[in-house]
Design a protein around this ligand. Structure first.
Ligand code: GCO
Ligand code: MG
Length: 492
């Protein structure tokens, strides 16, 4: 039918047009679809008055591509549901109750008294994380429905276009964990219930033994075993060198974390590589076989030396050997695997999936050491755990002192619910930290237990937190470089 012959026709807003079409109820007369704005005031106009492109009911079988969008599906992320609980504020709390710079996010909601806490601790760059949250995520998220955890994660991830990295991921983690906390509180369940429920009652942990001599390390290990730990990580100071993982400065100077001391001693990998096998020989002789031993190389040696060390340590039956390479040297893993069956733990420095996916799918590591806030929170971490499960890789979430109790609780939720749990690293919470964060997970018999409270189960006394500002430090908490004797900077 030529449209010139027409006097009248039905003109519908395009949404009505799609709806009628999908119910098969378009009349056999000419029908026009016009944009909603243009049709707001009237839906019947004369053909002479306006000539939109003509579509008959029969033509509607070949709609323009935009008509393929389903009509009338409510979008969960739009704020049109009056019953939804909204994000009212996103706040950042900085505190250092036991000297370690912690960053925690508090999401306040439209429901009085309902809030969530998340860990955003990037202890070397905490102030940058604070800015990322306050200046970028806060305005982006106020008004969003607290239920939309996945969509909030996905939209936050791409809102910077250039994505990923420890700053942006820690900022996102603070928000993400806080939203899981809120969801758990609303459901009146601990978060592990939302992840599928418990597959174990508590999470076995490894604790840190260290010292300036083999004897001291053995004593420190014995002490931990006496407290019920069946897994012990052992690190020994190398004379005259800035060694990773030795808690007490051997010169008796005040207890500043070794890596924050402005003047670092040098570091030579060969001395270390010769010392460590002797340490484990000593420990096996002293402690016997009834304890699982672990060690962290902390990416401190050239890759080929790490392979040599791994081979030498194989005979001491370690539970795992951690971070033999820096993430930049992931390409060495196939070579390491061909040389030794020592179990390998890797990944606390990973911030992007590209860094861990290949190692898992190619079965080049045995434990994933991911620092949950550095990959963006519980949302990506639970997917990572599930991905590892399919490849026989176990979890060993990073749990050092520079994870807040809120972050440790997030670790625990996954420990309790993941079938492929391996072990949990434990940094004991200092007394002041326990006061600032009421509800810290309990440590008993070498295991971490949930307090069974809804959500992540951790509180935050903000008044007390404010009494522990970040300590003064020449680099604001950044790590001074460690160098070889010839001046070469090493990975930390
Ligand atoms: C570990 C780690 C930590 C990191 C620290 C960096 O295995 O526990 O290596 O001790 O060095 O978290 O800030
Ligand atoms: Mg480590």
């Amino acid at each position: 039918m030529a449209h010139r012959e027409l006097r009248w026709a039905i003109v519908l807003p395009s949404a009505w047009f799609r709806a009628l079409k999908s119910y098969g109820s378009l009349p056999d007369v000419p029908v026009f679809a016009i944009p909603a704005a243009a049709s707001a005031s009237r839906n019947l106009i004369s053909q002479e008055a306006k000539e939109p492109s003509l579509v008959t009911a029969r033509d509607a079988t070949t709609p323009p591509a935009t008509d393929l969008i389903p009509a009338n599906v409510p979008t969960p992320w739009q704020s049109d549901d009056p019953s939804g609980i909204r994000i009212r504020d996103v706040r950042v709390i900085l505190t250092a109750p036991d000297g370690i710079r912690l960053v925690v996010v508090k999401i306040e909601t439209s429901e009085p008294g309902l809030y969530g806490l998340g860990c955003a601790t990037f202890t070397q760059r905490p102030l940058v994380v604070k800015t990322a949250i306050e200046e970028y995520l806060r305005p982006f998220l106020i008004g969003r429905d607290v239920d939309d955890i996945e969509d909030i994660w996905q939209t936050s991830f791409v809102s910077s276009y250039w994505r990923s990295g420890p700053v942006l991921h820690n900022a996102m983690s603070g928000v993400d964990m806080a939203l899981w906390d809120i969801k758990g509180k609303r459901a009146e369940m601990p978060v592990y219930q939302l992840l599928g429920g418990k597959v174990r009652k508590a999470a076995p942990c490894y604790a840190h033994a260290s010292g300036t001599s083999f004897e001291q390390v053995a004593d420190s290990a014995r002490q931990l075993m006496g407290q019920g730990f069946r897994h012990v990580r052992a690190q020994v100071a190398i004379e005259g060198m800035s060694t990773y993982g030795v808690a007490v400065p051997k010169d008796g100077s005040p207890r500043t974390a070794y890596h924050l001391r402005p003047v670092q001693e040098p570091w030579e990998p060969t001395v270390y590589c010769r010392t460590v096998p002797r340490l484990f020989d000593h420990l096996r002789t002293e402690l016997g076989d009834g304890v699982e031993l672990l060690h962290d190389i902390h990416e401190r040696v050239p890759p080929i030396q790490a392979i040599g060390l791994a081979k030498e340590l194989e005979r001491f039956n370690l539970f795992f050997l951690e971070d033999p390479f820096s993430p930049e040297n992931n390409g060495y893993f196939p070579l390491l695997r061909q040389q030794t069956a020592i179990p390998i733990a890797m990944g606390e420095l990973y911030v992007n999936q590209a860094e861990y996916v290949d190692l898992i799918k190619d079965r080049l590591i045995d434990f994933i050491r991911v620092h949950i806030s550095d990959v963006g929170g519980l949302t990506p971490a639970r997917k990572l755990a599930a991905f590892c499960e399919f490849f026989g890789v176990r979890t060993a979430w990073h749990g050092p002192g520079d994870v807040s109790p809120v972050g440790h609780s997030a670790n625990l939720q996954l420990d309790l619910s993941a079938p492929n749990f391996g072990i949990q690293e434990l940094a004991t919470f200092g007394e002041r930290t326990r006061e600032v964060f009421p509800g810290c997970p309990e440590v008993r018999d070498g295991m971490l237990w949930s307090n069974e409270q809804p959500g992540l189960g951790i509180g935050l006394d903000e008044v007390l937190a404010a009494k522990y500002p970040f300590p003064d430090h020449v680099l604001n908490g950044a790590w001074p470089p460690v160098r070889r004797l010839d001046g070469t900077v090493i990975t930390p």
